[in-house]
Design a binder for this molecule. Structure first.
Ligand code: ZN
Length: 136
């Protein structure tokens, strides 16, 4: 009786429990399309294989280089406009959000259903956030 070749497939991945990289055994998963589980030899725990998500994120990030992180020195905070949803803004304008005490730069404009106008603002601390403008 010859057993079928069951060469174990392993993937090297970081385990956040063990805080180390291991060659982890791929655990076959009957259901759950696209999800591959790995077994950590260190803690015997199971964790999802992350490479697919990482690759997709990297590819999604490639086309997104037009909105880089901004620094405080890039912003003319002396002339920042106070954000208020009843005002309108232009791309490139610097605004200050009073509630968050955060400065940001208007990077694009957008529309929401219901004929509402919005601006996308890259804030120093909050990141990129969509805000309403021109609310009557
Ligand atoms: Zn582990």
């Amino acid at each position: 009786m010859v057993m079928p070749d069951t060469e174990t497939r392993t993937i090297n991945q970081y385990c956040s429990v063990c805080k180390d990289h291991f060659d982890m055994e791929v655990v076959k998963q009957g259901s759950g399309k696209g999800v591959v589980w790995l077994k950590c030899p260190g803690c015997q725990g199971f964790l999802p294989y992350m490479q697919v998500e990482a690759e997709e994120a990297a590819q999604a990030g490639k086309g997104d280089q037009d909105t880089p992180e901004i620094a405080l020195e890039d912003l003319d905070v002396e002339n920042a406009k106070e954000y208020s949803e009843d005002l309108t803004y232009e791309i490139g304008e610097i605004l200050h959000h009073r509630s968050w005490n955060d400065y940001g730069k208007v990077v694009s404009k957008d529309h929401l259903p219901g004929n509402r106008n919005t601006i996308w603002v890259q804030f120093l601390r909050q990141g990129k956030i969509q805000l309403l403008e021109g609310v009557k």
